[in-house]
Design a binder for this molecule. Structure first.
Ligand SMILES: C[S@@+](CC[C@H](N)C(=O)[O-])C[C@H]1O[C@@H](n2cnc3c(N)ncnc32)[C@H](O)[C@@H]1O
Length: 278
């Protein structure tokens, strides 16, 4: 999620920003203490809160969180453009490493948001399928694709509680499955297992997935939050790196490599997994 970037700020603005960061840290520690004490919220409650948050546009924080190009947080920077450009470079490097050389006729992006990745991957595909909770983000993704290419776009809306419904809405299989800046904000690690099984079912044999997660380090403050979705949505779900590797294997995907990004301009502790379906 982008924070205020770039422009020089007055001392009182710096002090207010610092105070806000302290308040956020204190709130996060409180929620984690409650979770560690066993006061977790059930997945169904977190899923309902997630649905409520993402479903409709709600101003500039929502637009930034959904990675819409025109969000104030991206204005005057090239950050939005670099999201998709960097992911395309990474995918191409991973595809070479994994020996994935087939054409990308069908690409699925899970949680496509405002289309930052779609504008880079769709021109390389015959068909681009975007899956998201928000119909408005799906429309925005479609507009962004249409501004760069005439690749066919299929928007697929899902409810947080039922990601498996996408299997009924998408006919046939895909060559490439992508998911960026989404696993950190799903309700729980167990929900992520459901998404991996959906990815497995959507991929054609020989297909390649690139899935980004946020990793935990062993420090209790980096574990899944499991409470109070709206105030800590970018830290809801984390995995140990080896844990996600093994989980993907149990879901029928073969881990081919992982790239770690300990920090970038949006956040920290990212791991990108290349997973193939044999
Ligand atoms: C941070 S944005 C990322 C957008 C895009 N992937 C990118 O990298 O720019 C997160 C997106 O995931 C969507 N989302 C949240 N929970 C989801 C879920 N359980 N399944 C599918 N999409 C979800 C949100 O509506 C939002 O559009």
């Amino acid at each position: 999620m982008p924070e205020g970037t770039g422009t020089s700020r007055r001392p009182w603005e710096v002090a207010v920003a610092h105070g806000k960061r302290l308040a956020v840290t204190a709130e996060d520690l409180l929620q984690r203490t409650l979770s560690t004490a066993g006061l977790r919220q059930p997945d169904s409650t977190i899923a309902a809160d997630a649905q409520d948050y993402w479903r409709r546009p709600k101003g500039s924080r929502w637009a930034a969180d959904s990675h819409w190009r025109e969000a104030p947080a991206f204005r005057g920077t090239d950050l939005w453009d670099r999201i998709g450009a960097d992911h395309l470079d990474l995918f191409e490097a991973g595809a070479r490493m994994a020996g994935f050389s087939r054409s990308w006729d069908r690409v699925v992006e899970w949680g496509c948001g405002g289309g930052a990745n779609a504008v880079r991957f769709a021109p390389r595909a015959k068909e681009f399928i975007g899956v998201d909770i928000s119909r408005e983000s799906l429309e925005e993704c479609g507009r962004q694709i249409a501004s760069v290419c005439d690749t066919a776009f299929q928007p697929v809306a899902v409810e947080v509680a039922n990601p498996e419904s996408a299997l009924g809405d998408i006919d046939g299989v895909c060559d490439v499955f992508l998911c960026f800046y989404v696993f950190e904000l799903i309700p729980s690690p167990e929900y992520g297992e459901r998404l991996l099984r959906v990815a497995h079912d959507l991929l054609a044999p020989g297909g390649l997935a690139l899935i980004q997660i946020k990793y935990e380090t062993g420090d209790w403050r980096t574990k899944p939050r499991r409470r109070s979705y709206r105030r800590g949505l970018a830290n809801m779900t984390t995995y140990p790196i080896h844990g996600f590797w093994e989980l993907a294997g149990r879901c029928g995907l073969v881990p081919r490599g992982v790239r770690l990004v300990p920090r970038n301009e949006l956040d920290e502790r990212y791991a990108y997994f290349f997973l193939s379906k044999e």
